[in-house]
Ligand binder design. Sequence first.
Ligand SMILES: [Zn+2]
Length: 77
Amino acid sequence: MNEYQYEAECHGCYSTKKVNHIPLCASCNNKLERDLVRQRNYEYSDLTAQLSSSEDKEKVRKDVINQYGEKLELVLK
Ligand SMILES: [Zn+2]
């Protein structure tokens, strides 16, 4: 399933791009995934939803913060 089939205004960066159902472009969706992990919404993020142990989830969160910082990247209005 390709989520990014339709051109529309992305709700993250407000430019017209191929977006998913939210709608967010691929780049903003990646930010959203990382924000969900930062906020420990592990069951909602594709990065962590498949992981069963909480140590693994915390490890992904640590990696995200090490790589991208602690601040939320995408704030939906
Ligand atoms: Zn975007």
